[in-house]
Design a protein around this ligand. Sequence first.
Ligand code: ATP
Ligand code: MG
Length: 332
Amino acid sequence: MTNSSQPRTVSGIQATSDSLHLGNYIGALQQFVTHQESHDAFYFIANMHAITVEQDPAELRERTLRTAAQFIAAGLDPEKSTIFVQSQVPAHPQLSWVLECTTSMGEASRMTQFKDKSAKQEHVSLGLLTYPALMAADILLYNPQLVPVGEDQRQHLELTRNLAERFNYRFGKTFTVPEAQILKATAKIYDLQNPGAKMSKSQPSPQGRIDILDDAKALTKKIKSAVTDDGTEIAFDPENKPGVSNLLTIYSSLTSRSVDDIVAEYEGKMYGHLKVDLAEVAVETLTPVRERTLELLEDRTQLQAILDRGAEKASAIAEATLREVYDKIGFI
Ligand code: ATP
Ligand code: MG
């Protein structure tokens, strides 16, 4: 059951890969799991956002279910959180249209995600430009107080807040203006091979990305071959030692130990020691998630039933908001 006396939280992850990566896990999923205890929580698999870049249909279908399985395997409890697939709640694209008509071309084309992703595409879809309006709809339909995301979504969240305020100003109080929850320490996990870039599902080379479904051997290999920095001292200095600082951030968030505590433990030791121990911690944390995901994927009927139930619960709330919006803007 959702608990409507609690404050509400909403967030989503795109179905753009077979496995989520450690950035999604630390920057988003771990927060989702925490907030389901204190919030009326809605978490969705963003398959509509996924098609802003080209997707193979069979792969998209598979990745949608795999993402749902990983949500649950990482600790989301369908009894506490409403877990659903974006395309199963038609109010999302319906509100998105209204918000597209509230957003200026200038605002949309200033978004750095649009600039980054469009630069990498041969064919740039209109959906890639209007992505933030759909994201604003995903959020505003549920009137949440809190939206946990990674650093890369800060700008989209700011636009969502602006759109909510703009709509409220023009048509009277309709939307809650949500707060982004971006945890400073873990908001941006970097690529292990290129510690200047965010770890990403859409990064073509998997070498710098730790997938949470990687087996022990792959995890260990990737961590051991992570790019480190000049010098030998293990210190947290993101500017001058981005590689080792990233490893320390990951270590800290997987063990709930402070970075200072870990740095103190490795005083006088080599990068290699840190990598060996981090690989062990990653294997210990992620092996159960991997096993549980594979187990859940063996019963797809049950997984689909959880998603159907989630879509039903989400729709009830989303449709009420959409009706109010349609009424206010003059749709009969
Ligand atoms: P894509 O490359 O397809 O955009 P992605 O890796 O960016 O995939 P998303 O599904 O777009 O993943 O993002 C899901 C959530 O994970 C968002 O809240 C996003 O901010 C967060 N996130 C993504 N990458 C990182 C990262 N490297 N560090 C921390 N959080 C991240
Ligand atoms: Mg992304």
